[in-house]
Design a binder for this molecule. Structure first.
Ligand SMILES: Cc1ncc(COP(=O)(O)O)c(C=O)c1O
Length: 394
C-alpha cells in the first residue's frame, strides 16, 4: 500500500519556503546569498509587544485558551475592525488561529466540497491554490496582467463564474503584485457578486497597513457584501510578528462556528502568550508601527528606481505590501552565460546561481512571466542585489 496519501502527494511544496531552503543550502556552502525571496519583514517585533508577552509569561498564562481565542483578544479584534475598517462584528463572528494561513485552511476545510470552484485572480498568494485543492476545491485562475495593474476586472469575474462557483479568494494589498484595489474597484466586483448570493468572498487583508497611498478598503464594508464575506487578517506583516503565528477572521457566524469546530479538533487554538501580546498590539494605534511602513516605502521607491535601469524588467508600481513583480519574459529563449532561460523558474534559478540573489518564480503565484522580489531587506542589500542582477543579465 502507498505510504503517503494522494492528497499530500498531489500538493506542491510552498515555492517561497523551497527557495528559502535552497538559499540556505548555498549559504551553507559559503556563498554570499542575498535573500529576497521571503515574505517577512526584516524588523524586530516592537518592544511594547514583546513586553506584553513577557508580562503574560510572568502572569502564568500557560493553559489552553478558548479554541477561538481569548475573549479579550476577540474584543481587541472587534475594536480593530471597527476602528480601521468600519466593520462591526460580534464575538461569535471572530476566530483567532495560528496565522492567517490557518484561517485560510479552516475556511477551505469548512466550506468546500469536492468539485466546488474557487476563483483566484492571478497572481495570487502562493498557498491559495494548494489549500483549495487539498480540500477538494477546484481553483479557477483569472489571468490579469500589468496593463490592469494585476487587478481582476468585473467583466473577468463575471466570465469566470459558473454554477459550481463557491468562493472568490483575493488579497489586497496583493502578495505578490503589491496591487491595492480601490473602493470603486471593489464595488464593481461586488456589483457582480450580489447577483450570485451563493458565492462567498475571502478578503485577505493581511497587508492592510502596508499601503503607500492610504485608503484601505474592505469588501465587507459594503452592506450587500457583509454577509457573504470572510475578512482575514493577522499580525505577521504589520507588526513584524511572523513567527508568533496569530491570524484572525471576521465572518458570518455560521462559518466562524464551523472554523471553531474544525480548529478544536486540530490545534485546540493558538499559542497563549502570542495571543496576549496581540491584545496589546491591536489595541494600539496603527501609527505606532508607521515607521516600518515609511521605511518600506523608501525601499519600494529605491528598488523601482534601480530596476528601471535593468533591461527586460517590466514592473508595475506596487501601492502596498513589500514585493515587486516584474515581467521578465524578455529573457525567455535567450541564453545567458551558457544557460538557456525558458521560463520564470529558470530565470529565478539563474539569478540564484549567477547573481547569488534569491527571488521566487511567478509560476508559484499563477503567473509564469514574472518573478517576485521582496524588498523586506536593508537598502544596502537591495542596492547590492540589483547591481548583481544587472551584471548577471547584461
Ligand atoms: C497574502 C497572504 N495571506 C496570508 C499569509 C499568511 O500569513 P500568516 O503568517 O499570518 O500565516 C501571507 C504570508 O505570507 C500572505 O502573504
Amino acid at each position: 500500500m502507498q505510504l503517503l496519501s494522494d492528497r499530500i502527494l498531489n500538493m506542491a511544496t510552498s515555492a517561497t519556503l523551497a527557495m528559502a531552503a535552497k538559499a540556505r543550502e548555498l549559504r551553507g556552502e559559503g556563498k554570499d546569498i542575498i535573500g529576497l525571496s521571503l515574505g517577512e519583514p526584516d524588523f524586530n517585533t516592537p518592544d511594547f509587544i514583546k513586553e506584553a508577552a513577557i508580562q503574560a509569561i510572568n502572569d502564568d498564562y500557560n493553559s489552553y485558551t478558548p479554541v477561538d481565542g481569548y475573549g479579550e483578544l476577540k474584543d481587541a479584534i472587534i475594536t480593530k475592525f471597527k476602528r480601521d475598517n468600519g466593520l462591526t462584528y460580534a464575538p461569535a463572528q471572530i476566530v483567532v488561529s495560528t496565522g492567517a494561513k490557518q484561517c485560510l485552511a479552516n475556511i477551505a476545510g469548512v466550506m468546500l466540497n469536492e468539485g466546488d470552484e474557487v476563483i483566484l485572480p492571478c497572481p495570487y498568494w502562493v498557498s491559495y491554490s494548494d489549500i483549495v485543492k487539498l480540500n477538494g476545491g477546484v481553483p479557477v485562475e483569472v489571468k490579469t496582467s500589468i496593463d490592469t495593474d494585476f487587478k481582476m476586472t468585473a467583466a473577468q469575474l463575471e466570465a469566470a463564474i459558473t454554477p459550481k462557483t463557491k468562493m472568490l479568494w483575493f488579497s489586497s494589498p496583493c502578495n505578490p503584485s503589491g496591487s491595492v484595489y480601490s473602493e470603486a474597484e471593489l464595488r464593481a466586483l461586488a456589483d457582480v457578486l450580489v447577483k450570485h448570493p451563493n458565492i462567498y468572498v475571502v478578503s485577505d487583508e493581511i497587508y492592510e497597513h502596508i499601503n503607500y497611498k492610504g485608503g484601505h478598503a474592505s469588501i465587507a464594508q459594503f452592506e450587500d457584501m457583509y454577509n457573504n464575506t470572510i475578512t482575514v487578517n493577522g499580525v505577521s506583516k504589520a507588526f513584524a510578528m511572523t513567527g508568533w503565528r496569530i491570524g484572525y477572521i471576521g465572518a458570518p457566524e455560521k462559518i466562524a462556528r464551523a472554523c471553531n469546530k474544525l480548529q478544536g479538533q486540530i490545534t485546540s487554538g493558538a499559542n497563549c502568550i502570542a495571543q496576549r501580546a496581540v491584545i496589546t498590539a491591536l489595541n494600539e494605534s496603527p501609527s505606532k508601527v508607521q515607521y516600518m511602513i515609511d521605511e518600506f516605502k523608501v525601499r519600494r521607491d529605491l528598488i523601482l528606481d534601480l530596476l528601471n535601469d535593468v533591461e527586460g524588467f517590466n514592473t508595475n508600481t506596487p501601492d502596498g505590501a513589500f514585493y515587486v513583480f516584474p515581467n521578465i519574459s524578455h529573457y525567455f529563449g535567450k541564453t545567458l552565460r551558457g544557460k538557456t532561460i525558458n521560463n520564470a523558474t529558470d530565470f529565478s534559478l539563474y539569478l540564484l546561481e549567477e547573481a547569488l540573489v534569491a527571488t521566487v518564480t511567478g509560476e508559484a503565484f499563477g503567473n509564469p512571466d514574472c518573478i517576485r522580489i521582496s524588498y523586506a531587506a536593508s537598502q544596502e542589500q537591495i542596492i547590492e542585489a540589483i547591481k548583481r542582477i544587472k551584471e548577471a543579465v547584461s
